[in-house]
Design a protein around this ligand. Structure first.
Ligand code: FAD
Ligand code: NAP
Length: 246
């Protein structure tokens, strides 16, 4: 089977001037929540492809991707300008290890995301797995400005549906708000303010999934290692499972 199918954009939801969600009709793409596939456009006769995480869970037919237009980025700036009815290439070969199948058992599941990397966690949270496997599910979602906290309604819905199990906290780093936490996730891991917010100690019963800005991923791993947690590798199970967006 060819790697690429031609699919149709159904909707482009604009959250703000640089954040959009694309809904795409593409049949027969099989994936596990937390994975990504590649989207592509033919630009000057060259197929330009980049990985994007699924926001929808696997059992929903319409695919959804949450995108940031990065300055001078060749693909992202075209994707955010797509309209309903436009054609787009979707890879039929999803991949990635930021899935609960890769995460060992534990009591507590922490999810740490920056920016558009909230996407794979939304997909996972829309499946039964986290709720069936973990006593508590705790999500930290970091953005520069408040108007980048997309999908808040969905997060509030999880809070209502799983009020005993789920807590999420927004981190806004470049504005001061009267809710959530300010600054960066690794600092809040180091100084204990994230544990205090969640009323949950990071311990060896904790599994942490981290996704997004590679500097945040690296700094968070260092903070978690200092607390006795280790990276989760296929041959040596641990507590920290990661995916970097660049
Ligand atoms: C496994 C994986 C999954 C990904 N999933 C998503 C996703 O769901 N949504 C998404 O928007 N992007 C995602 N990305 C990034 C995406 O693949 C592209 O790199 C991004 O859309 C920019 O594409 P571009 O061609 O315009 O620029 P590129 O040439 O690919 O990137 C230029 C620069 O932009 C910055 N950058 C890239 N992606 C982001 C981002 N998301 N937020 C902030 N800065 C960024 C980096 O500094 C990068 O070097 C993912 C990347 C990987 C590796
Ligand atoms: N956000 C915007 O207003 C905006 C507008 C247009 C285009 N863009 C482009 O989009 C890209 C950035 O997008 P983004 O804002 O989604 O992503 P980002 O730069 O990864 O920022 C998201 C969050 O991650 C934090 N972060 C950055 N480095 C970190 C580290 N080492 N440890 C912990 N946390 C860290 C940021 O905090 P800090 O704020 O402290 O860095 C911010 O809270 C850039 O290419 C940018 O030029 C952004």
């Amino acid at each position: 089977m060819s790697e690429w199918i031609q699919a149709t954009v159904l909707n482009n939801k604009r959250w703000n001037e640089h954040l959009h969600s694309l809904q795409i009709e593409a049949e027969g793409i099989k994936f596990t929540a937390g994975q990504y596939t590649r989207l592509a456009l033919d630009i000057d006769e060259v197929r330009v492809a980049r990985p994007y995480s699924f926001v929808n869970p696997p059992d929903v037919e319409t695919l959804e991707f949450y995108l940031n237009s990065v300055p001078d980025g060749p693909l992202s700036n075209r994707l955010v300008n797509m309209n309903s009815g436009d054609r787009i290439w979707v890879s039929t070969k999803p991949a990635g290890f930021l899935t609960l199948d890769e995460v060992p058992d534990g009591q507590f599941l922490w999810m740490l995301a920056t920016g558009t990397a909230i996407g794979p966690f939304l997909s996972i949270l829309r499946t039964k797995q986290p709720w069936n496997r973990f006593q508590r599910v705790l999500l930290a979602y970091a953005v520069r400005n408040e108007n980048e906290l997309s999908y808040r309604d969905l997060l509030e819905q999880f809070s209502k549906q799983h009020s005993e199990q789920f807590t999420w906290v927004p981190f806004v780093s470049r504005e001061s708000l009267d809710y959530g936490l300010s600054g960066r996730i690794p600092t809040a891991l180091d100084d204990g303010s994230l544990e205090e917010y969640f009323k949950q100690k990071l311990n060896r019963d904790t599994q942490v999934m981290i996704c997004g800005n590679p500097h945040m991923v690296k700094d968070s791993i260092s903070s978690l290692k200092a607390k006795g947690l280790s990276k989760n590798l296929r041959h040596t199970p641990g507590h920290i499972t990661v995916e970097r967006y660049w």
